[in-house]
Ligand binder design. Sequence first.
Ligand SMILES: Cc1cc2nc3c(=O)[nH]c(=O)nc-3n(C[C@H](O)[C@H](O)[C@H](O)COP(=O)(O)OP(=O)(O)OC[C@H]3O[C@@H](n4cnc5c(N)ncnc54)[C@H](O)[C@@H]3O)c2cc1C
Length: 226
Amino acid sequence: MTSVDTDVLVVGGGPSGSATALRLASLGHRVTLVEKRATPRHKACGDILTPRAVAELARLGIDPLDPGRGDGRTGGWAGGNGHRIEGVRLIATGREIAEPWPEHPDLPGHAVALRRDVLDESLRERARGAGVTVLMGHEATAPLAERGFARRYATSVAAMLVGLAVIYASGTLWLAYFARLASASAAVGLSTALATGVYPFVLADLAKLVAAAGITPGLWRLIGTR
Ligand SMILES: Cc1cc2nc3c(=O)[nH]c(=O)nc-3n(C[C@H](O)[C@H](O)[C@H](O)COP(=O)(O)OP(=O)(O)OC[C@H]3O[C@@H](n4cnc5c(N)ncnc54)[C@H](O)[C@@H]3O)c2cc1C
């Protein structure tokens, strides 16, 4: 087995993993990105990059309308056949409304449709170009599962609660940051983030957690008897 010396290990070569790896590498960190699939995949996705996603890509120095070299395998932005989307059309109960994207001081006035396999591979190429070590066909194994956390109800619940808390904490701070930009006060930003990103989901997430933690130890026992 080969060992890799790295400052940061990013797990998952989807858009968030590649963007995180790219940003950390451009800040000077030694970054390794592991993606369990050996080759680019087609993922179920509407393939739409909203104006906010287009702005995020611009922050990474990427224009998804840039045709690049189009081969998906060159250094830097490989590009693809992105299509500019000027607005949205809503169709329901026999009515149709067409609207341009809302105007925003920091966001472009257009979205882009780009195939996900092209986006994912091109972002990984960009990350490679920035010095990230990208290991395709490498799966991060689950240290908690390996230590038997998923085999007992109590430890299963505890592990899932910690995971949920991390997701809620990071997501809420992120939402609060954007809500703060649109309002005058940090308190309003935080309460908006809680009202839109936490309260509507917390009950369903806790129910899913209790169900998943109940089922998982049983599945382990089932596998263990084979
Ligand atoms: C039907 C559908 C339509 C959608 N349409 C849109 C849309 O139009 N626009 C939009 O912005 N969003 C859309 N989304 C949401 C969008 O697909 C997700 O928000 C996005 O894929 C999240 O990116 P990610 O990088 O966090 O995760 P993912 O894209 O899921 O990437 C995670 C990566 O991690 C890898 N991985 C997982 N576990 C491991 C491991 N243990 N070790 C190594 N690698 C691992 C996976 O193979 C995968 O490549 C849609 C989603 C669905 C389901």
